[in-house]
Design a protein around this ligand. Structure first.
Ligand code: HEC
Length: 126
């Protein structure tokens, strides 16, 4: 075969595969690389953090036998995982932590960033 033709197939093949890869990543995880432009400060536990947890975490982490023995659902329990580093470790997919929410799309960059603002403010009960 013509050398030029081989290069053509090689390059379009690589482009095709990599475009599929990125499509899938966005579908699965939102776009984790998109920077968060939300400049909100004073993140509220009850108005911001709890609704996110209710949608993505409490299903598995409340009740008598919470998954991974990690109990959430009250300010005291949620504050505990905020302060021992596990909350941020898990939702930011950091090495050494189980990625959360388990079996679901990753939280958006803004959700992760805003929860981090709440943690950095001392995880207040506001
Ligand atoms: C579908 C069930 C499910 C959901 C939803 C879920 N988790 Fe988990 N979580 C688990 C299980 C199971 C474990 C035990 C570790 C493992 O299997 O990865 C765990 C472990 C953890 C741990 C301890 C992991 C570690 O590395 O120390 C934390 C903290 C945690 N989850 C927080 C969260 C948060 C925060 C959310 C919501 C953003 C969430 N989980 C959503 C099932 C779930």
């Amino acid at each position: 075969m013509d050398k030029k033709l081989i290069w053509f197939f090689l390059i379009t093949g690589v482009l095709f595969i990599s475009s599929c890869y990125y499509d899938k990543e966005e579908l699965l995880y939102g776009n984790p690389k998109a920077p968060c432009t939300d400049t909100t400060t004073n993140i509220s536990y009850s108005n911001y953090v709890v609704p996110v947890f209710r949608q993505y975490c409490y299903n598995c982490h409340t009740g008598s036998f919470p998954s991974g023995n990690i109990l959430m659902g009250t300010y005291t329990t949620d504050q505990a995982i905020a302060q021992n580093g596990k909350l941020y470790g898990c939702i930011s997919y950091s090495a050494g932590y189980s990625p959360m929410p388990k079996g679901m799309a990753r939280l958006t960059n803004c959700q992760v960033a805003n929860i981090k603002k709440w943690i950095d403010a001392g995880a207040p009960n506001n």
